[in-house]
Design a protein around this ligand. Structure first.
Ligand code: 4AD
Ligand code: MG
Length: 463
């Protein structure tokens, strides 16, 4: 008997086909002489309807076990469905129950559960319609990302998760240690003696793969890294995770304009791919989560993003007739409310803000001739705020050294990074896309905890 995925059966199954399915029961309806169950195997939003006649062997006993959540294997023949709502259904010939799910205790009964509640059952929530759709779309986003870069000849490089440097210089690092925390070795002046630690020095979980991606770009021209990154920032918001995935392309022989062009083409590609490959899931988000999801996707694909400088953004914010919580003035960083005002209210589409004050940006960004701003760019999305952060990198050794010192860091610690400027330096640029923020933007999901299977946030690392 051929085993088939439910998504394929619903799309192209033909009457009289004999086949086998495996999955989990979503609902059961008992009628006189026969019953229906809906079986879902995660391959699609829709479930397959299975009809069971009372002449099936052990009918009564099996029906009793087929509660929501039970795992089953069904063999049978596809038949045109008599009822509304589906083209085809499976007439069961054999039904095997793998594991039952007690209706008294199984938490996912047939009613709407809040996302807050579902977070408390992170090990089961993927079996719901919403999370099924989210994680299929997340998978499609990842596929689209690789496709975009591979088609353009970018090399996928794997940057380390354990590092000794703080790429963003923000000090939001998780320490990595093999030391026994109950008996920490100390130096003479009572500091932690890292010489005795696993790596013989302080190490951390990476906040970004950028510095190592730059190393690889100086050999392969165009590269990207896509992996987990970590920030120990105590931000309990709907846009922050302590562990999130980041996509970071890096291009040699490229300036900030090329970087912005790539980022815009990249977002358009991912939206297009997801609309084409996950139409039912996207329709679901539009109906159930946020009725602007499809029009937003259309807007992204078909319109140019708005580009403006930080200085222009500040003057627009100063003229805005809304009251912001945080002050607006040249030199201060944009807050989420400012970013959202620009993207959501003013331009109603993604906005690329460039040329930020040097003082509020990381050491590696290229200093402009005005010596006040750096060639940085952020892409701000409606409802999300910053979704991409990128820059042209400082390729001049002397300027870079000064910037490192000005930010209170030690050039010696970054000797290998500085070597890239000593040997065969070139103008280069890249950006980082917060993968979960992209999935939020795509699906309209309000909380970032609901677009990653196992969210890590302050005080929370269950599952
Ligand atoms: O702007 P960020 O800090 O930039 C970098 O890390 C650069 N090194 C990237 C590069 O140029 N290669 O972070 C990039 C993006 C942000 O725009 C945001 O979308 C996301 O990462 N991000 C987070 N997403 C979820 N939770 C957090 N705590 C995040 N912090 C940043
Ligand atoms: Mg940023």
């Amino acid at each position: 008997m051929v085993k088939r995925r439910i998504v394929e059966i619903l799309r192209s199954g033909q009457p009289d086909e004999s086949l086998l399915i495996q999955g989990w029961v979503r609902t059961k309806r008992e009628l006189k002489g026969f019953s229906f169950i809906e079986v879902n195997d995660g391959s699609s939003l829709a479930s397959l309807q299975v009809v069971m006649n009372q002449d099936l062997p052990d009918y009564e006993a099996i029906i009793k076990k087929l509660n929501t959540g039970a795992s089953v294997e069904v063999t049978g023949v596809l038949v045109p469905s008599q009822g509304k709502g589906q083209r085809i259904e499976l007439k069961a010939e054999t039904v095997k129950v793998y594991g039952e799910a007690d209706p008294e205790t199984y938490p996912l009964q047939k009613k709407r559960h809040s996302y807050e509640f579902l977070r408390t059952i992170g090990h089961l929530r993927s079996r719901t319609n919403s999370f099924g759709a989210v994680f299929r779309v997340r998978n499609a986003c990842a596929t689209a990302i690789h496709q975009f870069f591979q088609e353009r000849g970018f090399l996928w490089v794997h940057t380390p998760i354990i590092t000794a440097s703080d790429c963003e210089g923000a000090g939001e690092l998780f320490n990595v240690t093999g030391l026994n925390l109950k008996d920490i070795p100390r130096t003479e002046n009572n500091a932690v003696d890292y010489a005795q630690d696993f790596f013989g020095r302080p190490t951390y979980l990476t906040v970004s793969g950028q510095l190592e991606a730059e190393v690889m770009a100086m050999a392969f021209s165009n590269v990207y890294t896509f992996g987990p990154t970590f920030r120990a920032e105590n931000s309990n918001t709907s846009r922050h995770l302590a562990e999130f995935w980041m996509v970071e392309p890096e291009m040699a022989f490229c300036d900030l304009d090329g970087d912005m062009d790539l980022a815009e083409a990249f977002l358009k590609h991912v939206f297009k791919y997801v609309l084409e490959t996950c139409p039912e899931d996207m329709e679901f988000f539009n109906q159930r989560i946020d009725d602007t999801v499809l029009s937003t996707a259309d807007n992204i694909i078909n319109n140019e993003f708005q580009r403006l400088t930080y200085t222009e953004a500040i003057s627009l914010l100063e003229k805005a007739d809304v009251k912001f919580e945080y002050p607006v003035s040249w030199g201060l960083d944009l807050q989420s409310e400012h970013e959202r005002y620009l993207a959501e209210q003013l331009f109603k589409k993604p906005v690329i803000v460039c040329d930020y004050p040097a003082k509020i940006k990381a050491f590696y960004m290229r200093l402009s001739d005005d010596e006040k701003t750096v060639r940085a760019m952020d892409i701000l999305a409606p409802k999300i705020g910053e979704i991409i952060g990128g820059s042209q990198r400082e390729e001049r050794l002397d300027v870079l050294e000064k910037r490192i010192i000005a930010q209170g860091m030690q050039p010696e610690d970054l000797w290998w990074y500085l070597d890239l400027r000593r040997y065969g330096t070139v103008p280069h640029a890249g950006f980082g896309l917060g993968f979960e923020r992209l999935v939020q933007f795509m699906t309209g999901m309000g909380n970032i905890r609901d677009v990653i299977p196992f969210p890590r946030t302050p005080q929370s690392a269950e599952f």
